[in-house]
Design a protein around this ligand. Structure first.
Ligand SMILES: Nc1nc2c(ncn2[C@@H]2O[C@H](COP(=O)(O)OP(=O)(O)OP(=O)(O)O)[C@@H](O)[C@H]2O)c(=O)[nH]1
Ligand SMILES: [Mg+2]
Length: 647
């Protein structure tokens, strides 16, 4: 399946899931079962589905054909070259291409000067004034688009010190590195980051393309290498057949890409081998040899390397020249990208959404079952009252009263547990909370500012990582404590009132620990190479490094906090719901027997009413099971079948 088709199937599937969740919400609202908590949870599930994006990044040394490959893979339908692609350095700043319909088609450019201010790109995204916005005129015409998009290649000349102040490493100009001219001026990128917003079928479905400038020579921004690239769902690393694997290619590969899931290697410009002298077989053999050699140097299996001609692929698509397109081998890369990317992605979304949504449905079903069971036992009692005398009815009233009171006494126990729960939760947030991380961050920033030697810098960062790890470990202990207590509480409550609660939701910080480890590894790897690379003014770059790491740490903790809050709510909410439900049922029961005692209602009338109420609830349980089944089926539908189910 092509990428376009896969994306289409995926987004159909996603909107199918979204519809089912809407359906669940409507049904709950119609049946008076939608409280604020549940509504919030549903909103979160939907938000997560909606904000789901798929980031594909292109990384390579300059001039390997990244931009050309993006044009060929995604934007050939515009009938021309959209992103600028030319010999020498072309793309000068990381460029994100996406579609956000809340914003008009435009390119937003972040001035390079912001690099000296120590504010991350992530934070600046929210600051509209920081960006220069240029509207995109006609998004259908390749020329009109290209005209504006050329701006990602703009440069400016600044004194050497200024360039270093922005964190650029200035070398001797070999291998495309920045160099000062005789007047001491350096030509640097004019922009730090570009966001291209334009409506396009693939982008509308959540695809985000990240084009990067040649990484190594330019001394890339740490935020790109530490944050943007590691979080991309796929990274395409591009080599060129005419250069083979150079030393800088290899450095980029080792420091910033590396083999792993979602990583593809592309050997571009194979059309250079079509010299018109060799036979097709000879050319194919030569391509195979080059693939083998690249794979050997990069230490990965040869079938992970895709040989293509981006340029001929683009021309083939634009001219609808099928022969040329096949010869460019671009379709094979497209298939590999599609097949590697979307199923994994769906799996992640489905695991998250499936877990939450079906948990919710199960909880509500359990609540309805409690209601039904209470009605059943009342019906049983009333049926036994048939033909019995007044004293039996009086006895029943006393019994119902006694049970209601016993339950209310038992509630004290429940409130006590709830206050322990609150204490433990506070303990969890004392470890996981943002405040302590901010404090460690400030301390590390201070040590780094005053550090004079590399080992001191590394030491300060190591301390920060150690503190973060320790906080996560302590939090994990608290999580285990809470889980244990709540499991015991649920069991006890369940046994005491004959209520079934379903398995408690689980929570683990293992993923966060792994994220932290990965970040630390990346930091060590890249920091090493930066420190050998930058010889003169290291300050800005070190600061950028630090701020990126600190921001990533904050993000990790922020997400962990959000997840922990959700978990605690999901742990407590059903219990609270059930307590309310049992209380309500006991009250009803007392009222019912009292009405019989007072002869307000006849016994038969009551029995009738209760049976009707029970039938309604039986129906509701059935409907809810149906909704849950539909949801589960959509979530687990095979990729190809998703469309059918969603329709
Ligand atoms: N022959 C041939 N040339 C190509 C191919 N792909 C790209 N090129 C050429 O290679 C040059 C560089 O291409 P770009 O797309 O600008 O490369 P890039 O990797 O984006 O480079 P930077 O933006 O500078 O980092 C351009 O002149 C392209 O026309 C290809 O498949 N075959
Ligand atoms: Mg480029």
């Amino acid at each position: 399946m092509t990428l376009a088709k896969q994306l289409d199937t995926y987004s159909n599937w996603r909107s199918g899931v979204s519809q089912q969740i809407d359906g669940l919400q409507e049904w709950l609202a119609d049946h008076d079962l939608l409280d604020t908590q549940t509504e919030q949870r549903l909103r979160r599930i939907r938000a997560r589905l909606a904000e789901d994006r798929l980031v594909v990044a292109f990384v390579a040394e300059f001039s390997r054909g990244k931009s050309e490959l993006i044009n060929a893979l995604f934007f050939a339908d515009r009938g021309g070259r959209v992103l600028p692609s030319s010999a020498g350095r072309t793309t000068m700043c990381p460029t994100e291409i996406a579609w956000d319909k809340a914003v008009p088609p435009r390119i937003a450019l972040l001035p390079i000067e912001t690099r000296a201010e120590g504010v991350s790109i992530a934070d600046l995204r929210a600051v509209a004034e920081a960006w220069l916005n240029v509207p995109l005129p006609d998004v259908r015409s390749a020329e009109a688009l290209a005209d504006v998009l050329r701006r990602v290649g703009e440069t400016k000349r600044v004194p050497l010190e200024t360039a270093q102040g922005f964190g650029f490493s200035v070398g001797d100009g070999t291998d495309g590195s920045l160099a000062a001219d005789p007047d001491g001026q350096v030509e640097i990128p004019r922009w730090r980051h570009a966001l291209i917003n334009f409506p396009h079928p693939l982008l509308e479905q959540g695809l985000v393309v990240l084009d990067t400038p040649g990484l190594n020579a330019i001394g890339a921004e740490p935020e790109l290498t530490l944050s943007l690239l590691p979080s991309a769902h796929a990274v395409l690393f591009i080599l060129a057949a005419d250069t083979g694997v150079t030393q800088t290619d290899l450095t980029i590969w080792r420091d910033h890409v590396g083999s792993g899931p979602g990583r593809l290697v592309v050997l571009n410009k194979i059309d250079g081998l079509w010299d018109g002298l060799r036979s097709n077989e000879e050319i194919d053999a030569e391509i195979d040899r080059q693939i083998e050699s690249c794979a050997r140097i990069l230490e990965l299996p040869a079938d992970n390397v895709y040989a293509v001609s981006a340029q001929k692929g683009l021309v083939g698509k634009i001219n609808s020249d099928r022969q040329l397109l096949i010869k460019s081998r671009l379709p094979k890369l497209e298939d590999a990208l599609a097949e590697g990317l979307l199923p994994t992605k769906r799996e992640i979304v489905s695991r998250g959404t499936a877990a939450e949504a079906s948990h919710l449905a199960v909880e509500i079903r359990k609540l309805l079952e409690t209601r039904r069971n209470a009605l059943s036992s009342q019906l049983g009692e009333f049926a036994e009252l048939r033909g019995k005398n007044e004293s039996v009815v009086n006895y029943m009233v006393d019994k119902a009263k006694a049970e209601k009171e016993a339950f209310e006494r038992g509630l004290r126990d429940y409130y006590a547990v709830r206050s322990v729960f609150t204490q433990l939760s506070d303990g969890l947030f004392a470890n996981l909370g943002m405040e302590s991380m901010r404090k460690h961050g400030r301390e590390a920033r201070e040590s780094m500012r005053t550090a004079r030697f590399t080992p001191q810098l590394v030491g300060a960062m190591s301390k920060l990582f150690a503190a973060a790890t320790q906080h996560l470990t302590a939090s994990e202990e608290k999580v285990a404590e809470i889980a244990q207590m709540m499991t015991a509480m649920r069991d006890r409550f369940g046994r005491a009132y004959g209520v079934e609660l379903g398995p408690p939701p689980t929570f683990s910080l293992t993923d966060r620990q792994q994220q932290l480890k990965a970040l630390e590894n990346t930091f060590r790897q890249q920091f090493g190479s930066v420190m050998t690379l930058v010889t003169r003014d290291k300050r800005t770059l070190i600061q950028q490094f630090f701020e990126t790491i600190a921001a990533q740490l904050r993000k990790t903790f922020d997400h962990a906090n959000r997840d922990a809050e959700q978990w605690l709510r999901a742990l407590m909410a059903p219990l609270e719901g059930q307590v309310r439900e049992v209380q309500r049922q006991l009250k009803h029961r007392l009222e019912n027997v009292r009405r019989i005692q007072d002869a307000t209602d006849s016994l038969e009338e009551r029995i009738d009413e209760l049976s009707q109420a029970r039938a309604v609830i039986e129906g509701q349980i059935g409907e809810l099971v149906g909704i849950d089944k539909g949801l589960t089926a959509t979530l687990h539908a095979p990729p190809g079948g998703a469309q059918r189910i969603a329709a």
